[in-house]
Write a new protein. Sequence first.
Length: 469
Amino acid sequence: MSRLRLLFRSTTVRLSALYIVLFAICAAFLVVYVTAMSERLLAQQVREALNQETAEVRGAYDRGGMNLLLRVMERRARQPGANLYVIAGTTGEMLAGNVASVEPGVLDREGWTRMPFSYEPFTETGPPRPHMATANVFFLDNGLRVMVGRDLGEPGRFRGIVRRALMVALAIMGLGALVIWFGIGRNALKRIDRMSAASTKIMAGDLSQRLPVGVSGDEFDRLSENLNAMLERIEKLNGGLRQVSDNIAHDLKTPLTRLRNKAADTLEEDAPDARRAALEGIIGESDQLIRTFNALLMISRVEAGSIAAEMSPVDLSAISADSAELYEPAAEEAGLSLVTEIESGLMVQGNRELIGQAIFNLLDNAIKYAAESDGDTPIRLTLRRGAGGTHLSVADNGPGIPADKRSEVVKRFVRLDESRSKPGTGLGLSLVEAVMELHGGQLQLSSTNGDAAATPGLTVTLVFPVQKA
């Protein structure tokens, strides 16, 4: 019983019930309308047929008098399904005809009978039953009265058949509608139950659960797909939060400990120069920590979408050229050359500062790791239109990243340089990935020199979506 009450609380079931009520009202109106139209059409056909019959009978009298009138009526009365024919005297007594008697008063008035009247046929098989008819009465010049009528049994049976057929059809359609309504309600309730079960597990903390998605593509499936996308996003953010917490505990503990030890050593220094050098080291460590926390704050803001409102059309070609010009001296100082291939006039919808920061991170990483190679190693910054959008690539010939490690390096604080011999926080590619997600693009990592064992290099490609007109 409780499940039935729950079924009736479903919006789908209520809407279905409303449709069934509207359908029943329309169907009932259709039954009444069709029945009334059928009766009106039958009555009109009967009246037209009797008018024609009356005209022929009156014409027979006009042409041949009573003799021809009697012969015509006798011949017509013997035909199968004949009409009713009566000749009565001036006082209404029946003189001839194919009926035994008619309802009193029918022959007293000339013209169409106002209401159907009863009559008694000469012969009747089976149990007695009432006979109803309608008729047209006209008076002859000699005072006799002639009635031409039609039995209403056949039209009545036809009306009954039409009415019963419509009622049966209405009952079948109503029963079918109820069955479909109940089936739809049960199906909707089952789907809601499955969604509720998954939601219960999700609220219990299992964010890996997903709402069921069917193959119909209806509103339930679209809602489940949107909620699943939201859950996937929440699970990813929670995973990132856990990772950040773990990484902060591990990666920031060491510099904080080192900073504390340096401060303690500084207290014991008596020489001004040694104390100054120690304080400068403390300031350097503090600046690195501040940069780390600023990077974390930037990633959090980007992933939360709080900067999405600052999107506007920006010239990606100009941003790339400015970034290359800014980093060219740093590349030369490291013994590298920065080569650019920038297609002009490429616009994207985005945030200029974030895109610039992403390019800075890529160029900084390229210079940092390509410097390990011997010789004048080129770093290439390429911007062009490509399949699926605008492609911005930064390629170097450094040690590269193994294919099985590329999904890890975009995580916060992950560094392949486990010895931490190079400066950095392990947040550069994490920020780049967050920026690309905010812009609806993709971050792709690949080898620059393919299968080269010594210096496969790394090519990082940012794919921005096509700028809409």
